[in-house]
Every structure is written in C-alpha cells, then in structure tokens.
Ligand binder design. Sequence first.
Ligand SMILES: NC(=O)c1ccc[n+]([C@@H]2O[C@H](COP(=O)([O-])OP(=O)(O)OC[C@H]3O[C@@H](n4cnc5c(N)ncnc54)[C@H](OP(=O)(O)O)[C@@H]3O)[C@@H](O)[C@H]2O)c1
Length: 357
Amino acid sequence: MCTDIEKTFMRRCFTLARYGLGEVKTNPLVGSVLVYKDQIIAEGFHERYGSFHAERNALSNIPDEYNAVLPQCTLYVSLEPCNHQGKTPPCTDIILEKGIKKVIIAQLDPNPIMSGKSVRLLKENGIEVKVGLCAEEARQLNKKFIINQTQKRPYIVLKYAESKYGYIGLKDKQVWLSNPQSKVLVHKWRSENMGILIGTNTAIVDNPQLTNRLYSGSSPKRIIIDRNQRIPKTHYVLSDQYESIIYTTDMDYHLPSTSKTIVEIKESDQTMQLTWIMQDLYNRGIANLLIEGGKELLTHLIKNDLWDECRIIKTNSTLNQGIKSPNIKGIRTRSARLGSDKIEYILSHNLKKILTE
Ligand SMILES: NC(=O)c1ccc[n+]([C@@H]2O[C@H](COP(=O)([O-])OP(=O)(O)OC[C@H]3O[C@@H](n4cnc5c(N)ncnc54)[C@H](OP(=O)(O)O)[C@@H]3O)[C@@H](O)[C@H]2O)c1
C-alpha cells in the first residue's frame, strides 16, 4: 500500500526527471529525492547523457546537518538504481555508503539483463526496498527507453497527412495537404527526434530537405532507403551539406560528400530488411525516429509491428484520387484542432500493453 505523501514524493521525482528532456539522449529520464520526516532534504536528476545518475546527484547534495540522520531517511527514485560501472560509478554503491535504509522505486530497470538485480543487492544489504509506486506514470515517462531496451530498436513515430477523402498524395507528383500551422508542428516533431526516415518514392517525388527550419532546436539525422540507386543524386538528401544515412543493397553506391554515410543492408529477405535497419539505427545511437511516409513504407512498418505512435494530420484538402492512406489500427488517445487541420494521435497496441502491464 502506498500513501498519498509517498506518491507526492515520487511525482516530484518525475518532475525532476523531465528537466533532462532533450539532454539524456539514449538514457532514461530519472529523478530522485531524499526525504527525512516527510520533508525533502535533497534532490537530483539525470541531467545529460554520460553525466551522473539522479540518485547519485541527490545523495551528493545533502546539507551537512542531515549527515547523522541518513539511516532514518527514505530515498525515492523513479527508476531502479544501476549496480554496474558504466560512464559513471554504480548508484547502489553510494546508497550503501551513505547508510540509507529505505529505498522506494517506481519501476524496475526495463533491460531484461539488469532488471531486479539492484533491488536484490540492496535487500541483501539490509535495505528495505519497495517497488512499483506510481509505476504506470513511470512507464509513460520512459516509454521510449523501454522500447529501446526491450526491442533493441528506436521508438518509432509514424506521421502522415491525409485529405478529407483519405488520400495522402498522387503518384509521381507532389501535393501539399496540410496547413502552415501543421507544418510548424511537424518541424517541432522533427526537433524532438534523433532520426527521420522516408520511403524511396517519397524522396524521389517530394525532394524534401527533412531538416527542422521552423522550430527551435536541432534537426534529426536524415535516413533514406535507396536500395537500387533510384533517387537523383542532385536531390537535397544526397547533395546538400547535411548528414544523411543511406541504406542500400547496391554496393556500387557512391556519393562524393563526406557528410553522407552509406550502409549496405545486410538482411536479404525483404520483410526482414526494415527490422534489420531499425536495429542498425539503434546501434548507431538513434533512440527515436520520426517516419514521414509514404504509403508503401508505412504499410510495411505497420504490418511488421514496427511502430509505437502514429500522428495523422486530417486536412480539408479535397483530393479524392491517388494514393490511399495506410490502414492503421491502434488506440486513438486524443485529437487536437490546429486551424483547419485536426491532429489525431494513435498508440500501437504493443505500446499500450507495455504501458499498462
Ligand atoms: N501526405 C503525406 O503525409 C505523405 C507523406 C509522404 C509521402 N507522401 C506521398 O506518397 C507518395 C510516395 O509513397 P509510396 O507509397 O509510393 O512510396 P514510399 O513508401 O515513399 O516508397 C516506397 C519505396 O520504398 C522502397 N522500399 C525499400 N524498402 C522498403 C520496404 N521494406 N518496404 C516498402 N518500401 C521499401 C521501395 O523502392 P525500391 O524497390 O526501389 O527499394 C518502394 O517502392 C509520394 O507521392 C508522396 O508525395 C505523402
């Protein structure tokens, strides 16, 4: 049983954790507070990738006057502490060193190899450990990290715009469906993702730059699939000065620019190629990925359960022929009006299960 005050302290951990948004990269968002007699006496969060973890920061911030009462304090932390030497020392060490006797954790480490190990170690050392306080909120906070750790692929967000009649475009001709406000929103989404991927035909027909030009923050790394060298070499993604990763099966692929990385697709089976590309992107440090169509690519991802969220921009365009929207089945979580457009947010069944289990 958890008390309301315990929940308040854990929610403070979540608030602190969010200060790391955009900074922690492939690491989780984590916050921690140390409590003495129902008062927070120290706080910390994981500030940026490679820096100290939340609980180490909290335990390094304790005012001297509390040193004598540490065994009577409770440490709250939104994710199971680590017990291995990585870029920083094990957090279980500092918990033991400080003589903390009670630890409350929202969620176990989602990495199946690590999960529960630190809890066991702390208990073996006589520490009272409670796990699962506000667990659903903790999973929501770190849903991207959970997907990374359990599926070894980026967290995948699909996005497309459709006309009133459910069409996304015309074959071989670029059409613009959404309004200017939605365009800004899409650039915001670009700024929030580490990678952006489009299908080969989309690259050919639309010749997009795939950068973030309308919102603050950085641009994602551009990722293109061009198995058979069909994209004109003069198109932005292959010719400008920005980075692109190009996946191909054609070993004669050549581009003069040093800002482009050419990767040979290792998996020969067509269906498995996307799974292989996703794992390769994850191994390259791309922890989250925005996929901006087209239909063929989106359909393959949907069929292979390679998506977590879908954002559909429902527009007022009267396009009533051409390429139909992909058929996507998930859980509609919310919708929002943006001028003449409506944005619909859909969660995959797979992600919903992870968040609520
Ligand atoms: N409204 C919107 O939001 C939106 C967004 C994006 C695009 N569009 C429109 O959609 C149209 C393009 O869509 P599309 O469906 O024709 O093509 P697409 O999905 O952009 O590209 C499909 C091509 O990608 C390559 N590919 C490589 N690996 C693949 C895989 N595992 N699964 C599927 N394809 C793979 C294939 O070419 P290879 O055989 O050469 O490998 C395939 O023909 C354009 O007209 C564009 O304007 C609209």
